[in-house]
Write a protein that binds this ligand. Structure first.
Ligand SMILES: *Cc1c(COP(=O)(O)O)cnc(C)c1O
Length: 423
């Protein structure tokens, strides 16, 4: 029988996978003479080694060319955001004109709500999950108030129906059916940040549309984690950030998807000059004519320094062979983590994330037996050994093996450290 807990097994798994070499393309934080086992890619992804060169290129161009840097090859700033377009479209499963890198996640969510949340007296409501990331809830609640409606009746928060705090598709379908006639919008996560549960976006969009509502998605924890097919899933819009699994750095420029059927939408929008039709933008005329597609929702010329690392990151996604290849590796890594826990750590760590691979991404949320104090003690013990997960109150350690840079060896190190601490 193979011993999953042996170095030989973990090292052989890593050696057999050509994608293991991508780790060398990242700065892994040091711990003593070695490297950390870094499992916080769901919070802040590691720095690609190419990121600094991408920023330096902008700094040098600014020093040498100043204002002419907007137009001079290579990588002029005027169309700079277009340099990431194809790479992003590939990562989220969209047509290139459906995606744009701009602003930040919450700002993009508000811009999308301006266009896609149009409440009426008959249809004022938004359906979301209870326990959503607070920023999303603040955005939705404030938008409902902004339109003169009342969040206590018009923000519908679906409570988990499964024991570990996850949601069944049946419960989502029931909620959409129950509230259907009053629903203006269903806003759902691709992957729930606390439980790690992944959702069937195509099915949620189908149900929302059948009820006469708009379907929008927050993909903060899904992009760069799971293969997405936003166009085929028929999402109306989606927003995400690039500092988690996308590794584009703290506060990196965010992402936004608008389905092609809305490319020439006449819905209301908050406009800015960078969303103006590119052919006539610099005529500086008074009337706003939007660029067709997601680009038409841009407000400002983008922060080039904030976009530069995303170019470096997207090159690595391309080098990996795309999201399907990364997902295959991710399934092996997270499956290995789960197997180690089930085999020897089940008395200490209870897995709150769904067991079925199609209902989760890279992350496992682990509830520590014995409650908060014991959980904190384990978390701090691991951090002291250079094994970094992150902590979610009251008793959860989130461990997220990122397929671009985590290894079976990292996971074995985590599991052994937990076993040694317990014994
Ligand atoms: C990380 C995250 C955010 C963060 O929002 P910013 O606007 O980028 O600060 C928002 N929503 C979800 C679901 C997240 O996971």
């Amino acid at each position: 029988m193979t011993d999953l807990f042996s170095d030989a097994y973990a090292l052989a798994q890593d050696a057999a996978d050509p994608l293991s070499t991508l780790r060398a393309q990242f700065h892994v934080p040091r711990h003593g003479d070695g490297e950390q086992a870094y499992f916080c890619g769901n919070s802040l992804g590691l720095q690609p080694r190419g990121a600094r060169a991408a920023i330096d290129e902008v700094m040098d161009k600014w020093a040498r060319e100043a204002v002419e840097g907007h137009f001079r090859e290579p990588a002029p700033w005027m169309p700079y955001h277009a340099l990431v377009r194809d790479g992003l479209a590939a990562v989220v499963g969209a047509q290139p004109a459906e995606v744009v890198a701009m602003n930040s996640l919450t700002a993009n969510l508000h811009l999308m709500l301006v266009s896609f949340y149009r409440p009426t007296r008959e249809r004022p409501a938004i359906l979301m999950e209870a326990g959503a990331f607070p920023s999303d809830r603040y955005a939705l609640e404030s938008q409902i108030r902004f339109h003169g409606f009342d969040p206590t009746t018009d923000l519908i928060e679906l409570q988990p129906d499964e024991p570990e705090g996850t949601l069944s598709m049946a419960a989502i379908a029931r909620a959409i059916a129950q509230h259907g006639p009053r629903l203006a919008l269903v806003l759902w996560p691709g992957v729930q940040y606390r439980t790690g549960q992944a959702f069937d976006l195509a099915e949620i969009a189908r149900l929302a549309h059948a009820a006469g509502a708009v379907a929008g998605f927050d993909l903060a924890h899904a992009v760069g984690n799971l293969p997405l097919q936003l166009h085929d899933a028929d999402a109306d819009f989606a927003v995400w950030c690039h500092y988690k699994y996308m590794n584009a750095g703290p506060g990196a420029v965010g992402g936004c998807f608008v389905h092609a059927r809305h490319a020439r939408s006449e819905r209301p929008r908050f406009a800015g000059w960078w969303g103006h039709d590119q052919a006539s933008r610099f005529r500086m005329g008074p009337a706003f004519v939007p660029t067709p597609g997601a680009d038409g929702w841009q407000l400002s010329n983008p922060p080039i320094l904030g976009l530069a690392p995303l170019r470096a990151s997207l090159q690595l996604f391309a080098r990996a062979g795309g999201m399907e290849a990364l997902r295959a590796r991710s399934l092996r890594l997270t499956g290995y983590l789960e197997a180690l826990i089930r085999e020897r750590l089940a008395d200490t760590l209870q897995i709150a994330t769904p067991h079925e691979p199609e209902r989760r991404g890279a992350q496992l949320s682990l509830r520590v037996a014995g409650g908060r104090e014991r959980g904190r003690a384990l978390f701090e013990h691991l951090a002291g050994l250079g094994i970094l997960g992150d902590w979610r109150e009251p008793d959860v350690i989130r461990i997220s093996p990122a397929p671009l840079y985590n290894s079976h060896a990292d996971i074995l190190r985590f599991a052994r450290a937990v076993a040694a601490w317990r014994d």
